[in-house]
Design a protein around this ligand. Structure first.
Ligand code: SAH
Length: 272
C-alpha cells in the first residue's frame, strides 16, 4: 500500500479523519480531525427524547438479560453490550427501537445488525485460541464499520482495533459518533476492507459485518497464528448466508460453519 495511512499507525491511536483520499488508495490517508463533541451532543440530544429513558443503563441491562436468556453467556461480551449506548448510533426516529433485538437502517442501504447477532459473533471471536488464553480479542480488525456500534464494542474487548469502511459517508458518521467516546485503541480507516489492513497485521481477531461468496485471501493471510476470524459467507451449495469461523493454527486453517444469517453484501472498492 502507498500508505501514508500506515505511518503513525502505532497504538494507542486517536480517531482520525480522512483527508482527501486518492481514488486508488487502498486505505485512505488519515489525519487528525477537529473536535467532534458538537456532533455527538446533537446525536445524543436527538436520540434521547425526554421521557423515554433511552440513555439509561437499565434499558441496556434488560436487553442483555434477554440475550442471556436466549443463550449468550460470555461475560466480557455482555459487559460490552451493557456499556455501549446503541441508541446513539441510530437515527432519532429509530431510537425507541434501539434496544429491541432488531437490525436497523443506518443509511446508504446499510444496516446495524441486531444485538443478538452482534453478541453471537463477538462470543464466537472470544472463543479463539489466543482470545481464550488472554481473555482479550488482542489486535482486532473489523470490516464494515457502518455506524461504528460494533467498533465501540470491539474497543472494549480488544487491545487495538482497526475498523474499515468503504462508504465515505458512513466512515465519517462513525468518526463523528465515536470521536467523543475517546477510544484510544480504535482506529477508523476509509478503504476497501477486502484487502484487510496490512500495516497492523497480523490480527488475533478478524470480524466482518458484510458477507461475500468467498473469504478474501487477505483476511486469511493477515490472521495471526492462534487467531480467529468470524464472517458471514454465502454457502455455494445452498446459496444461504451462514456464519463461518476460521481458526489459524501452526499447521494451517480450520473452518467451521454455523447458523444462517442475513448481512449486507461485501463489496470491493470504495464508495461515496
Ligand atoms: N458493524 C456495523 C454494521 C455495518 S453494515 C455497525 O455496527 O454499524 C456492513 C458495512 O460493511 C456497511 O457499512 C458496508 O458499507 C460495509 N462494507 C461492505 N463491503 C465492504 C468492504 N469491502 N470494505 C469495508 N466495508 C465494507
Amino acid at each position: 500500500m502507498s500508505e501514508e495511512g500506515s505511518r503513525g499507525s502505532r497504538f494507542p491511536l486517536r480517531l482520525v479523519q480522512v483527508a482527501k483520499a486518492p481514488a486508488t488508495s487502498k486505505s485512505a490517508v488519515l489525519r487528525p480531525q477537529a473536535p467532534l463533541h458538537q456532533a455527538h451532543a446533537d446525536a445524543a440530544r436527538a436520540a434521547s427524547p425526554s421521557g423515554l429513558g433511552l440513555d439509561s443503563a437499565d434499558v441496556r441491562r434488560r436487553m442483555v438479560q434477554r440475550l442471556q436468556a436466549a443463550g449468550l453467556q460470555n461475560d466480557a461480551v455482555m459487559a460490552a453490550l451493557s456499556s455501549v449506548p446503541r441508541h446513539l448510533f441510530v437515527d432519532a426516529a429509530l431510537a425507541t427501537q434501539a434496544y429491541e433485538d432488531t437490525s436497523l437502517p443506518i443509511g446508504h442501504g446499510q444496516t446495524i445488525s441486531k444485538p443478538s447477532v452482534v453478541g453471537r459473533m463477538l462470543e464466537l471471536l472470544m472463543g479463539g485460541t489466543s482470545a481464550r488464553r488472554s481473555g482479550s480479542l488482542g489486535k482486532a480488525l473489523e470490516i464494515g464499520t457502518g455506524c461504528g456500534y460494533q467498533a465501540a464494542l470491539l474497543a472494549r474487548l480488544a487491545r487495538q482495533v482497526v475498523s474499515i469502511e468503504r462508504l465515505r459517508p458512513l466512515h465519517e458518521k462513525a468518526l463523528a459518533l465515536l470521536g467523543p467516546l475517546n477510544l484510544m485503541q480504535l482506529r477508523l480507516v476509509y478503504g476497501d476492507g477486502m484487502r484487510g489492513h496490512p500495516p497492523n497485521a497480523p490480527y488475533d481477531s478478524i470480524i466482518a459485518a458484510a458477507g461475500g461468496e468467498a473469504l478474501p485471501p487477505a483476511w486469511l493471510e493477515q490472521l495471526a497464528i492462534g487467531g480467529r476470524l468470524v464472517a458471514p459467507l454465502v454457502e455455494p451449495r445452498s446459496q444461504r448466508q451462514v456464519l463461518v469461523v476460521v481458526d489459524r493454527h501452526e499447521g494451517g486453517y480450520e473452518h467451521s460453519i454455523h447458523e444462517a444469517v442475513k448481512f449486507v453484501p461485501l463489496k470491493s472498492g470504495l464508495g461515496n
